[in-house]
Design a protein around this ligand. Structure first.
Ligand SMILES: NC(=O)c1ccc[n+]([C@@H]2O[C@H](COP(=O)([O-])OP(=O)(O)OC[C@H]3O[C@@H](n4cnc5c(N)ncnc54)[C@H](O)[C@@H]3O)[C@@H](O)[C@H]2O)c1
Ligand SMILES: O=c1ccn([C@@H]2O[C@H](COP(=O)(O)OP(=O)(O)O[C@H]3O[C@H](CO)[C@@H](O)[C@H](O)[C@H]3O)[C@@H](O)[C@H]2O)c(=O)[nH]1
Length: 451
């Protein structure tokens, strides 16, 4: 099938590549000339495991093309995807300017019947706006082509995006005509093997499904962070509690890891946007507000533990003279994305307190350089070991695999203050303490720790 995808970010590029990989003829279109030029030369703008060889192979085979020419792109697709950003507006609602700009472009160039598919995360009712925008463009040039706007939200997670796209848990199709459903079912047939993964519904339900999924996952995380904070107060270990509840299949093992708060380009903005939608319809979504505020507070928790250890309460200059080794800057492992990353809040708090930072991330160094620029109180190191030179303490923020089994004896010798702040509960407190280091994890009150 001939497919056009507007937007070559995480979603557009991965989707386009996976669709090309199963034999579809894909054109990806973006307004970012440098990105498109780079892709045409084989330069992949994001770090996503497994993506680079797939892009190169499908590009070389001619099934995956990149362009800034919207006219050529619209003329190409039987199915035209919208996969551009929907960042938060000032009031927290989703900003639809990029989505509607694409809708205008489609309307301007459309010359035949197509199915327009919205893959961006958008509030309920956006398909109607996209339809109206395209129709207005067609009307302004006296053109009349049948088109439908369907919703097909994306559930991929960064760091595992190719896998999620090639082996989806489910494919949600929100459409109002059998023709659109049939077309999308044919498009996704190669991913729908062995058992049925396609869930067909009306457009509004599909739009809401995306927000419901992210809000549910964010709720699980905030819930566990709340329990972790209670565990700290009452002298319990949240890691034991996690194991005690995860085995109940009604609760499950996934997304119950406490930590330094959730980040990324999705949960923070989507929880906010869903609450805003509810508010616009006169409903006060109290649970969503709590999920967000618990997360906001959690992003400061590592710093609070640091303050507790050093016996300092105020931020202003309280840690002057201290140097912190920081492991992990990306919002999660296997990505170079630092959008809403917990590390950003931690670093700012450390700097406000007068401390210096020596940080390492396997993939996000360039992004960190772009975000923070040159500063006297930040050294971006090229290995975890290099962060330890002249460091007083270690803070682990992102759970990259390579941080899982450090040599605690070496850490004990390197860190002047002999202390580890573990923002992802990677280590067993006893093992760390056996090496002569003090240990602080998230929710590890520990008075009832059982081996
Ligand atoms: N990142 C994720 O993990 C993820 C997962 C599921 C859903 N989503 C949702 O998918 C959407 C896209 O997210 P993303 O992370 O891929 O965004 P992104 O910011 O990485 O990429 C968006 C791309 O769209 C391009 N663009 C903007 N206007 C354009 C236009 N008029 N024509 C063509 N291209 C244009 C930008 O240049 C950019 O390359 C968002 O709504 C997001 O919430 C993201
Ligand atoms: O038990 C957990 C699981 C995750 N996190 C944090 O939650 C954030 C988000 O993680 P994850 O969901 O793995 O990454 P994303 O790439 O943001 O993916 C989410 O957001 C995407 C964009 O909408 C959706 O498509 C995905 O299904 C959804 O998982 C990260 O900061 C994680 O550290 C926790 O703190 N504890």
């Amino acid at each position: 099938m001939r497919v056009t995808i507007f937007g070559t970010g995480y979603v557009g590029l991965v989707t386009g590549t996976c669709l090309a990989d199963v034999g579809h003829d894909v054109i990806c279109v973006d307004i970012d000339q440098a990105k498109v030029d780079g892709l045409n030369r084989g330069v992949i703008p994001i770090y996503e495991p497994g993506l680079e060889p797939m892009v190169k192979a499908n590009h070389a085979a001619g099934r995956l093309r990149f362009t800034t020419d919207a006219e050529v792109a619209v003329a190409h697709g039987d199915v035209v995807f919208i996969a551009v950003g929907t960042p938060p507006d000032e009031d927290g609602s989703a900003d639809l300017k990029y989505v509607l700009a694409v809708a205008r472009t489609i309307g301007r160039h459309l010359e035949r019947q197509v199915v327009v598919v919205n893959k961006s995360t958008v509030p309920v009712g956006t398909a109607d706006k996209v339809r109206a925008t395209i129709a207005a463009e067609l009307a302004s040039r006296g053109a009349e082509f049948g088109f439908e706007v369907a919703s097909n939200p994306e559930f991929l997670k960064e760091g595992d995006a190719v896998n999620d796209c090639m082996r989806p848990d489910r494919i949600v199709i929100g459409a109002s005509s059998a023709t659109a459903v049939d077309k999308l079912k044919r498009l996704y047939a190669p991913f729908n093997r062995n058992h049925e993964r396609i869930v067909v519904m009306d457009v509004r339900s599909a739009e809401l499904t995306k927000y419901a999924a992210n809000a549910m996952l964010a709720t699980k995380i905030s819930f566990m962070n709340e329990i972790a904070n209670i565990a700290e107060k009452v002298g319990a270990d949240v890691e034991m509690v996690r194991q005690g509840i995860g085995s109940d299949p009604r609760i499950g093992w996934h997304f119950i890891y406490p930590g330094a708060g959730y980040g990324g380009s999705c949960f923070p903005k989507d929880v906010q946007a869903l609450a805003k939608t509810a508010q616009q319809y006169g409903y006060d979504a109290q649970l969503l507000g709590a999920v967000e505020s618990v997360n906001d507070r959690q992003k400061e928790h590592l710093f609070e533990l640091i303050g507790r250890h050093y016996g300092v309460a105020s931020h202003d200059g309280a840690l002057a003279g201290k140097t912190f080794a920081v492991w992990g800057l990306a919002f999660k492992p296997n990505t170079d994305d630092m959008r809403e990353a917990s590390s950003r809040r931690l670093l700012q708090l450390l700097w406000d307190a007068g401390a210096k930072v020596r940080a390492y991330d396997p993939e996000a160094t360039e992004e960190a350089q772009r975000i923070f620029g040159e500063r006297d109180d930040l050294v971006l190191c090229d290995s975890a070991r290099a962060t330890l030179a002249d460091a007083d303490a270690l803070v682990v923020v992102t759970e990259w695999k390579q941080f899982r089994s450090p040599d605690f004896q070496r850490l004990s010798q390197s860190l002047a203050d002999r202390v580890i702040f573990d923002g992802r509960n990677l280590y067993h407190p006893d093992e760390v303490e056996a090496a002569g280091l003090a240990y602080y994890g998230i929710g590890r009150g520990r008075s009832i720790l059982i081996d």
